[in-house]
Design a protein around this ligand. Structure first.
Ligand code: PLP
Length: 431
């Protein structure tokens, strides 16, 4: 089947939308070609406007853990539609979803819903600065926490730990309040805290990184974070926008048995609708307006459609208990991919945690941004495009996580494996 309708739509889209897309990575800039315009999605599959079907490992960048259009979620959304789409006033489903989240994540005693993950992280940091009366924050190179000014910052050159803007339009004076260290670097963390700990309001962490591709934290790194933030009175913020309800019912904090001061959520808790949330200990969250002096608000925050979709998703996850199966299916795939790489003499590293995975085209261990950057992005582009041609949709960038859903059953995965194998052959021929 062709791609002419997608091509035409993309040409037209570029006349009206910046770069033809509403979020940069969708543009295929990193892998070449043009994006496929999707007309419908169900289960493990998405279908483009030319009628091509793809086994989907993007899953709308994480939310679709139950696959696309799950019946229970769609039913809840339809029922809510009949009752109204937005009230600008409290409604019951917000409370129900909050209760469900708290039950899963005991570190959250009180929470606030937002309309995106970006708002959640931005607001959590404002709160951290307010309660600690400190300005500086610490993040890790290669992480992504949304696109607010203070977080679009990467590491400066050389020995400096001051951040530099990673986007034009972010003023230096803001970037300087964000320190950036390499992920998993315990020594650097120790040095920064020893010299500057009393100035750090919060450390924000992707507890399993997805935004440089999947990178796991070491035990030592997590222990050091926990110890140092406590010792110096800085807040530890887990950005679980991606990992929340993805890596387990209690997210990454459940997996690692940790209790962050604040947690940010998004993606899955909205069941495919725009959503975010941040929450934590009661005495911290009580500083948010209207209870406290830290202002935070949103016209569509707690939107009843998003809340209904999120609640139905969490209820399904609670009854399905899919996490062991998801882990097994995904680790089986990871093993298969590693073996294929070996067989075809392609240097790859497959990082996988739960239902998240990344195939890095490099021979070295990937445990930081620097090591991820060793990857051969041209090989990834060949891999990606070969997969797409054969009916598998992967993230259009080397440095992203792929996601497996409960709809990726053995039959789907067998089909996907054949296609992955073909794509590796193509990469091997191109090397
Ligand atoms: N935090 C993490 C870990 C994310 O992966 C993302 C988005 O991918 C965000 C924050 C930002 O969320 P949103 O895109 O909903 O603003």
């Amino acid at each position: 089947m062709g791609t002419s309708k997608s091509e035409l739509l993309f040409q037209n889209a570029q006349k009206h939308l910046v770069g033809g897309v509403n979020s940069p990575v969708r543009s295929f800039k990193a892998v070449g070609g043009h994006p496929r315009f999707i007309q419908c999605a169900k289960g493990a599959y998405v279908e483009d406007v030319d009628g091509n079907r793809f086994i989907d490992f993007v899953g709308s960048w994480g939310p679709m853990i139950l696959g696309h259009n799950p019946d229970r979620v769609i039913k809840a959304v339809k029922e809510q539609l009949d009752r109204g789409t937005s009230y600008g006033a409290p409604c019951e489903v917000e409370v129900e979803l909050a209760q469900q989240i708290k039950e899963a994540l005991p570190s959250i005693e009180l929470l606030r819903f937002t309309s995106s993950g970006t708002e959640a992280t931005m607001s959590a940091l404002r709160l951290a600065r307010a309660v600690t009366k400190r300005a500086r924050i610490l993040k890790f190179e290669g992480s992504y926490h949304g696109h607010s000014d203070g977080l679009l910052v990467s590491a400066g050159s050389g020995a400096t730990t001051f951040g530099v803007p990673s986007s034009q339009g972010v003023p230096d004076f803001l970037a300087k309040n964000t320190w950036v260290l390499p992920y998993n670097d315990v020594e650097a963390l120790d040095v920064l805290f020893t010299t500057q700990g009393i100035n750090i309001a919060a450390v924000i962490l992707e507890p399993v990184c997805g935004n440089m591709g999947v990178v796991e934290p070491s035990k030592e790194f997590l222990n050091a974070l926990s110890k140092l933030t406590k010792e110096y009175g800085s807040l530890l913020i887990f950005d679980e926008v991606m990992t929340g309800f993805r890596l387990g019912w209690s997210g990454a904090q459940g997996l690692f048995n940790m209790k962050p001061d604040l947690t940010c959520l998004g993606k899955i808790i909205g069941g495919g609708f725009p959503v975010g949330a941040f929450g934590g200990r009661r005495e911290l969250m009580e500083q948010i307006a209207p209870m406290g002096p830290v202002y935070q608000a949103g016209t569509l925050s707690g939107n009843p459609i998003a809340m209904s979709a999120g609640l139905a998703t969490l209820k399904s996850l609670k009854s399905l208990k899919p996490y062991k199966t998801l882990e097994k299916i995904t680790s089986d795939l990871a093993v298969f991919l590693r073996n294929e790489g070996k067989k075809k003499k392609i240097p790859i590293q497959v990082n996988q945690v739960g239902s998240m995975f990344t195939v890095f085209f490099t021979s070295g261990v990937v445990d930081s941004y620097l090591s991820a950057m060793e990857s051969d992005t041209k090989a990834y582009a060949t891999f990606f495009n070969s997969l797409l041609e054969q009916g598998v949709s992967m993230p259009p960038s080397q440095f992203e996580a792929a996601f497996v859903s409960t709809e990726h059953d053995a039959k789907v995965m067998d089909q996907a494996k054949k296609i992955f194998s073909e794509a590796f052959s193509k990469v091997a021929r191109a090397l």
